[in-house]
Ligand binder design. Structure first.
Ligand SMILES: Cc1ncc(COP(=O)(O)O)c(C=O)c1O
Length: 382
């Protein structure tokens, strides 16, 4: 007897069409001494109120299934928290999801049919392309302007076609640190409205803006679905809690898909978050200035390294410098790991990411200094 997967029981063609990211293998080379500027999560712990709320929920027996769309009280709290972008948002415009990633996946499964084209940024966050493909859709890249990493409107216009169903946007951006300006925010909203297509706006870094301001797509729930998560804003990546917001009909469609994927989001975690919602502004106001100092530090250091080029990132917590050396980003990242520094090769985020490295500065200033010392040393040998 042959165990499966086997010639007769193969993974689905859908799954086989999606490559597994090779980055993990690179990270496996790290030792405990390696400086890790690869990881995309805050080094803070979630607010104490969230942990207390979670403990209480568990010990008081709130360990059961809950509503598919999430706890009404949490949805109301999220709507109120998001009212800065649209004061008309209410509970029925919000669905709580088991992470930002799950929200993105659910949207693609709920709205994309085989053959539908979905535009996505190149470079862009790693899950967009596979999520589109797993829904049977066709990913179509659009480019970003160099240096400040704005979505190129020309490139979006070129990528649009009769089969376009949606445009994915991400500001502040992973991996580039770019923050979309108001003009582009408006232009993309107009394109969606004119064409009758949907904007999927990934705003998980909305609170991590250091220069300028965040222009949410939430003011246009007719044409847009906004994805957010507590992973970054409450430093709770391991809790796997996110949410999406849009018009009621779109949220209902997502809920139908979410029911089949997972029945409901995690109940005790939602009680934990609910307890922390009144403290979220305080928490963010303590965390974000720390990130801003780190951003300034890594920007200064990168600017001082020969052959590396960077415009100051304005949001998220990544620096995405380009480099002159004639070496692929995977090979360069590999060289750096061997010298004790983890970074992420730009090519992991799409073809246009080649010639860049991504450094996360969600770690201590000491680690950033150490990492940049290693980079400086390696860069001098290129
Ligand atoms: C741009 C972007 N969107 C979504 C996510 C996913 O967030 P979550 O951890 O909630 O799944 C991440 C995580 O790194 C991200 O960088």
């Amino acid at each position: 007897m042959m165990a499966f997967p086997s010639p007769t029981v193969r993974p689905s063609e859908r799954l086989s069409s999606v490559p597994l990211s090779g980055i993990r293998k690179l990270f496996d080379l790290a030792t405990p001494e390696t400086v890790n500027l690869g990881i995309g999560e805050p080094d803070f712990q979630p607010p104490e109120e969230a942990m207390e709320g979670l403990r209480q929920a568990c010990s008081e027996g709130r360990n059961k299934y809950g509503p598919t769309n999430g706890l009404p009280a949490l949805r109301r709290a999220i709507a109120e928290y998001s009212s800065r972008y649209n004061k008309d948002i209410g509970e029925s415009n919000v669905i709580v999801t088991p992470s930002g990633t799950a929200a993105l996946m659910t949207i693609m499964q709920a709205f994309v049919d085989p053959g539908d084209e979905v535009l996505l940024p190149d470079p862009g966050f790693v899950v967009y392309r596979p999520h589109i493909m797993l829904a049977g859709g066709v990913p179509v890249d659009y480019s970003l302007t160099s240096g400040d990493f704005q979505p190129s409107l020309d490139s979006i216009q070129e990528a649009l076609g009769p089969n376009t169903k949606a445009i994915v946007v991400n500001s502040p951006s992973n991996p580039t640190g770019g923050v979309m300006d108001l003009e582009r925010r408006r232009a993309i909203g107009d394109i969606a409205a004119d064409r009758g297509i949907m904007v999927v706006s990934d705003e998980v870094y909305d609170r991590f803006v250091y220069e300028g301001e965040h222009h949410s797509f939430l003011d246009d729930t007719e044409n847009c679905i906004v994805v957010n998560a507590f992973s970054k804003s409450m430093a709770a990546t391991g809790w796997r809690m996110g949410y999406a917001m849009s018009n009621v009909e779109a949220i209902d469609e997502m809920a139908k898909m979410q029911y089949h994927m997972t029945a409901c989001p995690n109940t005790p975690m939602q009680f934990g978050l609910l307890q922390a919602m009144p403290c979220i502004e305080r928490f963010i106001s303590e965390m974000v200035p720390v990130f801003d100092r780190r951003r300034q530090l890594i920007t200064e250091r990168l600017k001082g390294i020969d052959g590396f080029h960077l415009e100051p990132p304005r949001g998220s917590f990544y620096a995405f410098p380009s480099y002159d050396a004639d070496i692929g980003s995977v090979d360069l990242a590999m060289m750096l790991v061997k010298e004790g520094l983890i970074s992420t090769p730009g090519s992991a985020f799409g073809d246009a990411g080649e010639g860049h490295l991504r450094f996360s500065y969600a770690t201590s200033e000491e680690m950033i200094e150490k990492g940049m010392d290693i980079l400086e040393r390696v860069a001098a040998t290129l």
